[in-house]
Write a protein that binds this ligand. Structure first.
Ligand SMILES: [Zn+2]
Length: 395
């Protein structure tokens, strides 16, 4: 039987499945067809929740005696955008000048294709790793992320699955394969502040109370001073005001209320709780300030509403995992990867509750773009990195 040892063939089969979130698009069926001959037991649970589309996911495990490594990723892709703008149709997996074109080529069907090829080569050469390998593949990472990784982890754990380490195959390299491993992620918090004033005529301000002044005072207290200077492993925490709204079309009316929304990406100086407490503290203090208006008697009347679910900050400190991956990258690519915690959040933030997790995949330059594509040579190189990693980590 022919095993799926060729990453380009694996990737072509996956790209040809139009799995734009929330559609399965045939991608999980294609994965299952690759995994079964390698000895994986495959499950495809569908999860539901009111207000979001049902999502089919995949969990596959190849059991062995020894530690358990989980590879995590997603087969769903973002929409293609202007299809006519693509040099080659986005679900054709066309090869042009040594590069394969298609939505998901780097984010992240390519990473999955390489990992499967690496396992297949290991099975072919040595009969498979000395332990268990599983794939945890979500179908809604690019969408609401509600019926994917979080529920799949809970589902697998409730069936007794335990992992010793996880590798996420998202594109982590900014420029060249081997640039960067992600060993943690910043946390994220969002909130909306509303300041209540009293509406009135701009020519009679003593009869009104302008909430814009109050909101400026409060926002200023969040922007200054900086929350921290950064830590050994993380850049400084950063707050961005994303909206500042009054919704007042008239030039002669003092508005009744003003709102601002902000997001903070924070480092390991903080937890969600300590940072939320710091923000409440700053706002409470600032609400008594008279900075923007002399003679103010009452404190600024405001309310703060936290938005979305917070993302927790995390840092992986597992030398065996990090050293095995960094060493494999060095030996295949010749590059010493930077151990980084930059960028947005990823599904690693959910996996870290179950086992140590690191992220390494392709070069991210064309992800989500028109003409998303990957050099075939890079697919081969990533497959070799994963192969070496499997050999080293399982020992
Ligand atoms: Zn992705």
């Amino acid at each position: 039987m022919k095993l799926p040892t060729d990453p380009a063939e694996n990737l072509a089969a996956l790209i040809r499945c139009p799995s734009v979130t929330p559609a399965e698009g045939g991608a999980l069926t294609a994965l299952e067809a690759m995994l079964k001959p390698l000895g994986f037991a495959v499950d495809r649970p569908t999860f539901s929740e009111d207000g979001t589309p049902d999502i089919e996911n995949l969990y596959a495990r190849r059991s062995g005696n020894g530690p358990h490594l989980m590879f995590a990723g997603h087969t769903d892709v973002v929409p293609v955008g202007d299809e006519a703008a693509w040099k080659h149709p986005p679900f054709s997996a066309a090869i042009d000048n040594g590069e394969m074109y298609g939505r998901g080529a780097v984010d992240m069907k390519g990473g999955i294709a390489c990992f499967i090829a690496a396992v297949a080569r290991h099975v072919e050469a040595h009969g498979g790793p000395k332990g268990s390998v599983s794939l945890l593949i979500a179908g809604d990472e690019e969408g609401p992320s509600i019926n994917g990784t979080v529920k799949l982890l809970e589902w697998a754990a409730s069936r007794g699955e335990k992992w010793d380490a996880s590798l996420v195959g998202e594109p982590t390299n900014p420029d060249a394969l081997g640039d960067m491993i992600k060993i943690g992620r910043r946390g994220s918090l969002s909130a909306t502040i509303t300041v209540h004033g009293r509406q009135g005529h701009v020519a009679y301000p003593h009869l009104a109370d302008n909430p814009v002044r109050g909101l400026m005072t409060l926002v200023d207290a969040l922007l200054n001073p900086a929350f921290d200077k950064g830590t050994k492993d993380f850049q400084p925490s950063n707050l961005e005001v994303t909206t500042f709204d009054v919704g007042n079309a008239a030039t002669n009316v003092i508005p009744a209320r003003a709102t601002a929304t902000f997001n903070i990406r924070f480092n390991d100086t903080w937890t969600d709780e300590t940072l939320q407490a710091e923000i409440h503290n700053r706002l409470d203090k600032a609400s008594g300030r008279k900075k923007y208006r002399k003679g103010r008697k009452e404190p600024i009347e405001f309310e703060l509403v936290w938005r979305d679910r917070p993302s927790h900050v995390f840092l992986t400190r597992n030398d065996k995992l990090i050293d095995a991956l960094a060493g494999s990258i060095k030996s295949v690519t010749g590059r010493k990867p930077k151990l980084s915690t930059t960028g947005g959040t990823s599904d690693a933030r959910f996996i870290k509750d179950y086992c140590p997790v690191v992220e390494f995949g392709l070069v991210g330059k064309t992800m989500h773009m028109v003409d998303e594509r990957v050099p075939l040579a890079e697919l081969e190189m990533l497959t070799q990195v994963y192969q070496q990693f499997l050999a080293d980590w399982f020992g």
